[in-house]
Design a protein around this ligand. Structure first.
Ligand SMILES: [Zn+2]
Length: 179
């Protein structure tokens, strides 16, 4: 399975339109709850960033994030798990490990292959949702970002309530950071 970039962008665009999201901090909790998904912040071991639990019998769905993590990390985790919910059917329980800016399925850590396409899709979904390209395009107006300019990176990260690390990856993916 290849990463479904176009489909993910379209899915995120429809969610942003439906919730009338304006540039700034995307209301990820509200978007998740609109799917009747329960959000829980749990005290779990530090290495675990979050999980998605789907009870097939009752239809109940829970997304959990690590209570001890900073809010911007929790937001990314919650968006990542929503990505699994919308893009990947089948699994009942999905556990994700903390990997710095990103999140990865726990079982994949043990495979030499590392990140699989499902995790790439969930991370891309989270990045698209929390840092929409159309908003960043307005912010940056085609100007490249200087990686050494900590202040402007921090300001932009604060605006979207994401980590500087996640923002940096996002900007590199969108071509705003040149080597
Ligand atoms: Zn995952």
């Amino acid at each position: 399975m290849a990463v479904r970039r176009k489909q993910i962008r379209e899915l995120v665009d429809s969610l942003l339109a439906k919730h009338n999201v304006k540039p700034g901090t995307v209301p990820v909790d509200k978007i998740v709850r609109a799917f009747e998904i329960e959000i829980r912040l749990d005290e779990v071991d530090e290495g675990l960033s979050g999980f998605l639990f789907r009870d097939k019998k009752t239809g109940r769905t829970v997304i959990g994030a690590n209570k001890g993590h900073p809010r911007n990390r929790q937001r990314f985790t919650i968006a990542h798990e929503l990505g699994h919910f919308l893009l990947h059917e089948g699994e009942t329980i999905h556990l994700d490990e903390d990997q710095g800016a990103f999140t990865i399925n726990r079982r994949d850590l043990k495979s030499a292959k590392g990140e699989d396409d499902g995790e790439r899709e969930a991370n891309l979904f989270a990045a698209e949702l929390l840092m929409p390209a159309k908003f960043l395009d307005q912010d940056l107006q085609g100007k490249n970002v200087d990686l050494l300019d900590d202040d402007s990176l921090k300001r932009l990260a604060n605006k979207y309530a994401v980590s500087v690390q996640a923002l940096t990856f996002r900007l590199a993916n969108l071509g705003y950071i040149k080597p």
